[in-house]
Design a protein around this ligand. Structure first.
Ligand code: F6R
Length: 619
C-alpha cells in the first residue's frame, strides 16, 4: 500500500531510488514519483501516472543527478491516481518535498485551518496537507525541520511513514513512522563514508546493506553523510537504535527465470514449506517443536477459546486452521475478519488467545484487531511471514512462516505456509494438552513431513493446466465448491481467480448449493469441485450429480487413481492422497495454476492486478 524509498550518501541517488521503486511496486502501482537535490542545491520533483517505467521514461531528458533523494510508488487513497496526486509533494515555498504511506484522517480540518491562514494546495491528497503542515510549523515556530516534523505529527490523526527532503539543508534526510512500516538501512559507500537507505520494507535495501533499523511507531529519524543517525519519539525523548541483520538474499527478490513472481512462488511451494517445517518437525521422534508454544505452554493449556483474526487469503488459511485446531487440540476456535472484529466490541476474556495471521504482518485491520484484543487482556500470537513487521512486534509470541519474500500480489506460498504453520500449531497445542493419542500424533507428523514432496508431485502432474485454461477465458462466472477442510480451499480458489483474471467467482460449501446458488447453474457455468477420495467423498459425489443434472461443467480436483469423479467431470486435476486435514495444501495448487493461466490467457498482469496492492496498510 504505497512504497517509499530514500537515500543519502555518496552515490547517485536516482538509480538506487528507481530500482527500489521497482522492488516496491507490488505495494502500489497507480503512480510514481521521485525528488532529488542536485549539486547546485536545486530540489526537483518528477512524477508520472501509472507504473515506475512511466516515471523512468518521463525523466530521461531531466536532471536526475544528486546524492540525496526520496521516491514513492502509490496506491491511491485520497485523490484519483494521476500525476498531480502522485508523491512526492512540495510544500508551498518548494523548500520541502515529502513522500507518505498511510492515511491522515484529519487532513480536511488541518487543510481548512491552513487555508484560513492563506496557504494554497495543488492536489486533493492528505499527503500535501502533511508537507504543508510541516512547513507551517517551521514558519510559525521558527524551528528546524526535525522539530517541525515533531510538531506537525503531534497534530496528525492517522497512519504515516514519511521521508522528507529540505532544499536549504541538502545534507540531511528526515523520516518518521506511525502505523505504516519504515526501515532504515545503514551502509558504507566505497570510500568508507556513511550512507543511509530508507524503505517501506527491506527489498529496496538488501542489495546494499543487511544492517537495518526498524523504526518504531511515533519515532522520527534524522540522517546525514557524517554517519549521524538520531532517533527521538514525538515527545523528543532520544531512542537507542537497534541494529538488526537481515536474513534475506537478493535471489529471493528476482523472478529466477519464471515469467512472473506468482508462477515462481507457486513452484517454490515445496521448498518453501520444507524451510517452514525445518527444525520444527523432528522425524526421529516424530515430534513437533514450536518454541512459541513451548515458551507459553500454560497459556495454551489453560486457554478456553482461540480467536483468529485475518483478512483475505489469510482468513481462508485461518479457517483451515480452525478446523484442525478444534479437531486436534479440542479448543473452540473462532475465525474473524479483522476489519469486522476491530469495530464490533467483541467479547474477549483474559483466558482467550487471539492469533493474527498475516503474510505481510502489516495489514492495518489485523494490527488494529490485535491491539483491541491486547487492551482487553488476551494473549496475542502472530503467524506472519515478514520478519520484523508490525504484527510480530505487537504480539506476545508467534511463529514465522519462513517461506521467503512473497512479491506476487496474489498470495500463494504464504497461503500454504500459513496452513502448514497452523497445522504445526494445532499439533504443538495437542501435544501440550495431550489431546491426541501418540499413534495419531505420530501419523499426522509423518504425513505433514511428506507434504512438500506431494506438492512437488502435484506441480509435476498438472502441467497441462496451461493449455486447458485457454478454454475458460470466455467465462463470466465460476463457482468453486468444497466440503469440510476443502470449503476454505473453494473460497481461496475463487479469490485467486477473481483477483488476477477479473472473472467473477464464488466459493461455497458444496452442500449449500441447493439452498440458493444452484439456481445459477446452466451449461455456461464452470463449477470447480474439490473432491478428494476422503471424508465426505460420497456426499461430494452427490453434489456433483446435482450440478451435472443442471448441465453445469464440472472441473474437479481428484485423488490419484479416482475414476468415479473423474468420469463425471469435464476436466480433472489430480493430487496424491493425504489425510483430510492436509488436502488443502495439495488441492489449492491446481487452483492457483488455473487462475494464473486463465489470467495469462486473458492478457492480465498477474503480478500487479488492477486496484490491488500487496500489503493493505490502510483501512
Ligand atoms: C489475496 C491476498 C490478500 C491478502 C490480504 C491479507 O491473494 O493476498 O487477500 O491475503 O490482504 O494480507 P496479509 O496476509 O498480508 O495480512
Amino acid at each position: 500500500m504505497c512504497g517509499i524509498v530514500g537515500y543519502i550518501g555518496e552515490q547517485q541517488a536516482f538509480p538506487i531510488l528507481i530500482k527500489g521503486l521497482h522492488r516496491l511496486e507490488y505495494r502500489g502501482y497507480d503512480s510514481a514519483g521521485v525528488s532529488l537535490i542536485n549539486s547546485k542545491g536545486e530540489l526537483s520533483v518528477y512524477k508520472a501516472k501509472g507504473k515506475v517505467v512511466n516515471l523512468e521514461e518521463g525523466t530521461k531528458d531531466k536532471d536526475t543527478t544528486g546524492t540525496i533523494g526520496i521516491a514513492h510508488t502509490r496506491w491511491a487513497t485520497h485523490g484519483e491516481p494521476n500525476a498531480t496526486n502522485a508523491h512526492p509533494h512540495f510544500s508551498q515555498s518548494k523548500n520541502l518535498s515529502l513522500v507518505h504511506n498511510g492515511i491522515i484522517e484529519n487532513y480536511k480540518s488541518l487543510r481548512a485551518e491552513m487555508e484560513k491562514n492563506g496557504m494554497t494546495f495543488c492536489s486533493e491528497t492528505d499527503t500535501e496537507v502533511l508537507v504543508q503542515l510541516v512547513e507551517y510549523m517551521m514558519n510559525t515556530h521558527k524551528c528546524d525541520l526535525y522539530t517541525a516534523v515533531q510538531l506537525a505529527l503531534k497534530n496528525v490523526v492517522g497512519a504515516y511513514a514519511i521521508a522528507i527532503l529540505e532544499k536549504s539543508h541538502p545534507d540531511q534526510l528526515v523520516c518518521a513512522r506511525k502505523g505504516s512500516p519504515l526501515i532504515i538501512g545503514v551502509g558504507k559507500s566505497d570510500n568508507g563514508r556513511a550512507e543511509f537507505y530508507v524503505g517501506s520494507d527491506a527489498t529496496p535495501i538488501i542489495e546494499y546493506t543487511n544492517q537495518v533499523i526498524y523504526l518504531q511507531d511515533e519515532e522520527i529519524a534524522i540522517m546525514d553523510r557524517t554517519g549521524r543517525l538520531d532517533i527521538t519519539n514525538l515527545a523528543n525523548v532520544k531512542q537507542t537504535p537497534q541494529l538488526v541483520t537481515l536474513q534475506m538474499n537478493l535471489d529471493q527478490l528476482e523472478k529466477g527465470g519464471f515469467p512472473h513472481f506468482m508462477l515462481k512462488e507457486i513452484w517454490e511451494q515445496p521448498n518453501a514449506l520444507r524451510t517452514c517445517i525445518r527444525g520444527r518437525v523432528n522425524m526421529v521422534d516424530k515430534d513437533v517443536l514450536l518454541s512459541g508454544i513451548i515458551d507459553h505452554k500454560d497459556k495454551f493449556i489453560n486457554c478456553r477459546r482461540i480467536i483468529i483474526c485475518a483478512c483475505g487469503t489469510s482468513w481462508h488459511s485461518a479457517l483451515i486452521g480452525k478446523y484442525f485446531i478444534e479437531e486436534a487440540a479440542k479448543i473452540p476456535v473462532e475465525v474473524e475478519y479483522a476489519s469486522e472484529f476491530r469495530y464490533r466490541n467483541p467479547v474477549i476474556n483474559p483466558d482467550d488467545i487471539v492469533i493474527a495471521v498475516s503474510q505481510s504482518g502489516e495489514t492495518a485491520d489485523t494490527l488494529a484487531a490485535i491491539q483491541l484484543a491486547k487492551e482487553k487482556g488476551a494473549f496475542l500470537y502472530g503467524i506472519c511471514n515478514v520478519i520484523g513487521s508490525s504484527i510480530p512486534r505487537a504480539t506476545d509470541s508467534g511463529t514465522y512462516l519462513h517461506v521467503g519474500p512473497e512479491i506476487g500480489v496474489a498470495s500463494t506460498k504464504a497461503f500454504t505456509g500459513q496452513v502448514i504453520t497452523l497445522g504445526l500449531l494445532g499439533l504443538a497445542i495437542a501435544k501440550v494438552k495431550k489431546t491426541l493419542s501418540d499413534d495419531i500424533f505420530h501419523m499426522l507428523v509423518e504425513e505433514l513431513e511428506q507434504i512438500p514432496d506431494k506438492m512437488q508431485w502435484t506441480l509435476e502432474h498438472n502441467k497441462d493446466i496451461a493449455q486447458f485454461a485457454q478454454m475458460f477465458t470466455y467465462c463470466k462466472n465460476f463457482i468453486y465448491l468444497g466440503r469440510g477442510y476443502n470449503y476454505p480451499v473453494a473460497l481461496e480458489g475463487a479469490l485467486k481467480l477473481k483477483e488476477i483474471s477479473y472473472i467473477h467467482a464464488e466459493g461455497y460449501p458444496a452442500a449449500e448449493m441447493k439452498h440458493g446458488p444452484i439456481a445459477l447453474i446452466d451449461e455456461e457455468m464452470p463449477v470447480v469441485v474439490i473432491a478428494p477420495k476422503r471424508g465426505m467423498y460420497e456426499k461430494v459425489v452427490s453434489n456433483i450429480q446435482e450440478i451435472k443434472s443442471r448441465k453445469g461443467k464440472i472441473i474437479s480436483v481428484v485423488t490419484e487413481g479416482d475414476t468415479v469423479v473423474r468420469g463425471m467431470s469435464d476436466y480433472s486435476f489430480v493430487i496424491p492422497d493425504t489425510r483430510d486435514c492436509f488436502v488443502p495444501l495439495l488441492a489449492v495448487i491446481p487452483l492457483q495454476l488455473l487462475s494464473y493461466y486463465v489470467a495469462i490467457a486473458k492478457g492480465r498482469n498477474v503480478d500487479q492486478p488492477r486496484n490491488l496492492a500487496k500489503s493493505v496498510t490502510v483501512e
